[in-house]
Design a protein around this ligand. Sequence first.
Ligand code: NAI
Length: 548
Amino acid sequence: MDTNKRGIELLRDPSLNKSTAYTEAEKQALGIVGLVPDQTESEDLQLSRVMMQLGHKHTDLDRYIYLTSLLDHNETLFYRTIMSDPARFLPIVYDPTIGEACLKFGHIYRQARGMYLSMTRRGRVKDVLRNWPQNDVRFICVTDGGRILGLGDLGANGAGIPIGKLQLYTACAGVPPQYLLPLYLDAGTNNEQYLHDPLYLGMRETRPSTEELYSFVDEFVEAVQEVFPKCCIHFEDWTGADAVHLLQRYRDKYCVYNDDVQGTAGIVLAGMINAGKLKGTMLSDEKYLFLGAGSAGIGLADLLCSAMVEEGLTLEQARSRIYMFDINGLLETTRADLADFQKPYSHPHTPTHDFVAAIESIRPTTIIGVSTVGGAFTQKVIEAMSRINERPVVLALSNPTDRAECTPEQAYTWSKGKAIYASGIQFPPAQLDGKTFLPGQANNFYIFPAIGMAVFATQASRVIDKMFIEAARAVADQVPSYLLNQGLLYPLQSNILETEIQTAARIAKLVFDSGLARVDRPADMVAFIRNHVYKPEYAAAIPPAKAA
Ligand code: NAI
C-alpha cells in the first residue's frame, strides 16, 4: 500500500480510504486524528450502515447513484458491498439499471471516472493516455457510445457502460480494480436529443465517416501498445458493423476482444450446451434461427460454427444450420443489402419479412433474439416453435428489460411449459400449472470477467475464440443437474466469484496450452487464479511494528 499519503489527502483517495475503520494507532501515525470520528468500526459494521442507507432509497437508479458516490470515496467498501450479494447488486451496478443511468448520464453526473478521449485530440492520444495515474493498466474497456445496450446511439452518455463493465471484472472475477481503465472514445453522436441537451457531456458533432473513425481508433490502439504494453483492449457497445470490423482489424495483431461479439457468443453457447443436455442433443443437431444479425448475432453465429466444427462438421455444414432474420427480413441469397460478415449466413430461400413464415419453412429447433425489439417473439412465434419442436429453445437476449423479445412467463405459457428459455436480463421464476420454472440469465458477466481474470493472471498476448468456447463449457458444467432440470441453463449468481474462478482456471490452462501466456506455467491452475483475486479488505495502513 502507498503509505506516503497522510491526513486529508489519504482520506480523499478512494483506493486507500478506510473511512471509519482506522485504528487509533493508524490515526496517530497518519495524521488523521480528529479528521474522522474516534470510533473504530469493522468492515462488517460499515457494510451494515451502507445496507441501511440503501434501504432508504426508493429506486434502483437512486441506489446506483448512492453506490457510485460510495465508490468515489471508499473503493474497498463499494466492492465489499456489491460482492456481499452479487445477485442483488449486479442488476444495480449493471443491467438493467445501467441502461437508465446511461440515458440520464449527463444529468446524474457527479465526478469524472475513467478517461474521455475525443477525436479533437487526434495526433496527441499518447499524451492523453499518459495523464492516467496508473502506469500498469491491464484492461481498457472502450466504447464510442454507438449502440448502448438496445438503446441505440447514446454518445457520451454511453460512458457509463465501460465503467460498469469493468466493475464487474472485479466484482465477479476478482480482477484488482487498479489495473482497469474505462474509456469513452468521443466521436460525436447522431442523437439529436443529446446534441441539444445543455447537460450533455460529449462533443456536439454528428459522427464522422467510418474511415475517419477507424483512423482515430488506429491511433488509440497503437498508443495503448506503447503507453500500457501489457494492456488488453475490450471493445464494448459499438454499432454492429464497427464492432465486427474493428475486431477483424486488430484481433490477430493485438490483445483485443469485443464482448458484444465474443462474450455474448460465449454465454449463449454455454446455454446451448446445457439446452442440449436437457434435450439429449449436440450443438450440431440443432437448427438455429436468429432474430437480429448485428454484432451479437454474428459473433454468436461464428462461435457456434467453431464449436460445431469441433464436433465434427465442416464449416459449410455448420453455417448451413444457421439462418438469420433482420430488420429487412430473412437473410437469403437475393438480398443486396448484406454486409460481408452476414453473407455466410444467407442461404437460398424465398424472400420473406414474416418471421412466423420463416419458422414454418426453415423449421428451426432454436430461436435467438438479438434484435433490440421488445416483444418480437409473439404468441404466434412461440406457438409455431412449439408445433415443430418437443422442446423449443427460446433465447430472448435483447436488453434492457423492455427490449426482451419475450418474457419467461410468455415463453412457458404459450409453449405450454415446453420451452427451454433464457433471457439477457434477470427475470423472477415463473409458475405454470403448479410447476416452477427457473429462467436463466444469459448474461455475459459469466464470461468476460473470467476471460479478464485469465488474461490478467497469464498476461496472455492474444484473446482467441477458443478461450470463449472453453469459458462456455466451464460455465455450462457448473450448473448442477437439479437446477438444470428446472430449466436453469446458467449457474446461480449468488456464487458467481467461485464460478468465475473455476472458469478462469480453465481458460488460463488453454492460454498456457496455446503458448500465449507471458508468465511461467503454475502447477495448480485454480490456486494460481485464486492468488490473483482481489479481496475487498482493508490493508494495514501502517507497518505492524508501529501498530503494536
Ligand atoms: P446491433 O444493433 O448490432 O444489431 C441489431 C440487429 O437487430 C440488426 O441486425 C437489426 O437489423 C436487427 N433488427 C432491428 N430491428 C429489427 C426488427 N424489427 N426485426 C428484425 N430484426 C431487427 O445490436 P447487437 O450488438 O447485435 O445487440 C442486439 C441486442 O442484443 C441488444 O439489445 C443488446 O443489448 C443485446 N445483447 C445481449 C447480450 C446478452 O444478453 N448476453 C449481449 C450483447 C447484446
